[in-house]
Ligand binder design. Structure first.
Ligand code: PLP
Length: 384
């Protein structure tokens, strides 16, 4: 089935009523038909029919065999790190969501896991940093917020040659544009809060693996059952509804993002534009070889930190807020918001600085978005 059809129809179960959507099963527990017999549903933490429909839909969209719907994107990242043991080594990219860095540096490093940050664009470097203790390579592509592109196929090969796993955070593109499992990754995760939800009204995470019967799937199942990070039935239903429009949303957002990225470059207040859809992005060809679209995320730098801060105060239509992927356009100031936890040495290495702004392009009319940015940048530059 093609993506658009899979998104619309998903894995909804049609019952005798003919309802077109899976009901919200607001039940914490389920009656047993008899001793040692089960309907397949026993207790809500372990499985709920609405969540199961969502999990099957996510697995279908990601090209995987088993998916879990979780209470946040961080719950998904947490499950990936929880696969590691004391003494394990993990390679992480230097340009990475700040919350993932915080979880690694402040929580999991306490348990004796060794996290090493490298420039994941450098395949030779990644190969040279593999050790016999390396359990996991974790990537984001495009990365947040500098839009670095990582070669998924090459890193999967390196990980597998060393008996390690490759996990890809696919939040910036969603499965509509990129399917890391089909390129060799072992685990794909999403902050479902972003494009999968698309309406800025649910916090959700998803985690998907290729084979439902693998040891990896069994270990994640054990973690989910034991730790209880599952998504609620109501939120699962909202996510099922959101997924029906995933393709039309992200394709429209991508179209507007390309227009805005090209236009931003012509503005006197803007010094640099980072968008994987610009044909002179340094890794444009690599991105094209592993994705079917470029998404709606743009980062750009203005002339001074004061201009960056003043822009936020002058926005009228675009919201100054954290997050991304929704119908409402959002402007984020990564250095004080999403990446406030990032160690200073990494900040200098990646180029993320106090002149950088990150735009999540929503579904408003593109001309209105340009007009809002133009007036805010002009006023900001006059001030500082
Ligand atoms: N991964 C990326 C790339 C993100 O941008 C975020 C949140 O911004 C997360 C993971 C965490 O997701 P959540 O906020 O749903 O916990």
């Amino acid at each position: 089935m093609k993506d658009f059809s899979a998104e619309v129809h998903g894995c909804h179960t049609y019952d005798a009523t003919g309802a077109l959507t899976t009901p919200v099963y607001l039940s914490a527990t389920f009656r047993h038909p008899a001793f040692r017999r089960s309907t397949g549903y026993d207790y809500g933490r372990v499985a709920n029919p609405t969540r199961t429909a969502l999990e099957q839909t996510i697995a279908l969209l990601e090209g995987g065999g088993r998916a879990w719907a979780l209470s946040s994107g961080m719950a998904a990242v947490n499950l990936v790190f929880a696969l590691c043991r004391a003494g394990d080594h993990v390679l992480l990219p230097e340009d990475l969501y700040g919350g993932t860095m915080r979880l690694a540096n402040e929580i999991y490093s306490r348990y004796g896991i060794d996290f090493e940050y490298i420039d994941m664009r450098d395949i030779a470097l990644a190969r040279s940093r593999m050790r016999k203790e390396t359990k996991l390579i974790f990537i984001e592509t495009p990365s947040n917020p500098m839009m670095f592109v990582t070669d998924i196929r090459a890193l999967a090969e390196i990980a597998h040659a060393h008996g390690a796993l490759l996990a890809a955070d696919n939040t910036f593109l969603s499965p509509h544009f990129q399917k890391p499992l089909e390129l060799g990754a072992d685990i794909v995760l999403e902050s479902g809060t972003k494009y999968l939800c698309g309406h800025n009204d649910v916090i959700c995470g998803t985690l998907t693996v290729r084979d439902a019967d693998s040891d990896l799937a069994k270990e994640i199942e054990l973690l989910v059952k034991s730790e209880g990070p599952n998504l609620s039935p109501m939120d699962s239903w909202l996510m099922l509804r959101s997924l029906k429009t995933l393709g039309v949303r992200v394709e429209r957002q991508e179209e507007s993002a390309l227009t805005i990225a090209q236009w931003l470059r012509t503005l006197p207040e803007v010094t640099d534009v980072y968008y994987v859809g610009l044909s002179d992005h340094p890794q444009y060809a690599l991105h094209q070889s592993q994705s079917t679209g470029c998404g709606g995320m743009i980062s750009f730098k203005v002339k001074t930190p004061e201009t960056a801060q003043n822009v936020l105060a002058h926005l009228k239509l675009i919201a100054f807020a954290e997050s991304l992927g929704g119908v409402e356009s959002l402007l984020t100031y990564p250095i004080v918001q999403t990446h406030a936890e990032m160690p200073r040495d990494l900040i200098t290495r990646t180029g993320l600085d106090d002149r950088l702004l990150r735009l999540s392009v929503g579904l408003e009319d593109v001309e209105d978005l340009k007009e809002d940015l133009a007036q805010a940048l002009k006023k900001a530059a006059q001030k500082g």
